[in-house]
Design a protein around this ligand. Structure first.
Ligand code: SF4
Ligand code: SF4
Length: 164
């Protein structure tokens, strides 16, 4: 289940070059599914782009360089974007991760980022936008659940990556 906090957004578009890619900070939350896609698509080892292989409940974080995401290019674009490798949460802009409630059924909390200058301007959003945010959030939760299941079977990080 995905809980969305904050006022509904009526208009928005991402103008990363104008805002200086404010969202692209170090430590972006990523799942094992994100890690698998990025590692396969870039040829990088997870250790090269993750802060640590240690994780809390299946949640990992991308490395940074001077508090900026390691995949942020000099022109402020995302170097994963064109390859279709962007982490789930980066596809959920302008929402940001706000926590997971580890109940019997996992609950993902997301919140509109306060930093974005384009909320309320830009493209008119339709119901499809809300549906896609919820679908992405549920995909995120499935990845977390998969990781927990593999862990409970005694698999380590590398074995879990191979199992996906
Ligand atoms: S992966 Fe790309 S979109 Fe996500 S924070 Fe990093 S640079 Fe930004
Ligand atoms: S979502 Fe908003 S703050 Fe984030 S990069 Fe796009 S325009 Fe900038």
């Amino acid at each position: 289940m995905v809980l969305v906090y904050g006022e509904p957004i009526k208009r928005w578009s991402c103008e990363f070059a104008e805002c200086g890619a404010r969202c692209c900070k170090a430590g972006r939350e990523v799942t094992i599914g994100d890690i698998k896609r990025i590692a396969s698509g870039t040829g990088l080892a997870p250790e090269e782009f993750l802060e640590s292989l240690e994780n809390k409940g299946g949640l990992f974080h991308l490395k940074g360089k001077e508090d900026r995401c390691t995949f942020l290019a000099d022109d402020l674009s995302c170097s994963l974007h064109e390859k279709g490798l962007k982490p789930i949460f980066c596809q959920m802009y302008p929402f940001k991760f706000d926590g997971i409630i580890y109940a019997d059924d996992l609950i993902l909390k997301v919140r509109v980022t306060k930093d974005c200058p384009n909320i309320g301007t830009g493209k008119k959003l339709t119901e499809d936008f809300e549906i896609s945010i919820e679908a992405l959030g549920n995909r995120f939760l499935r990845d977390i659940e998969d990781f927990k299941r593999f862990k409970s079977e005694g698999k380590d990080f590398k074995e879990i990556l191979k199992s996906l």
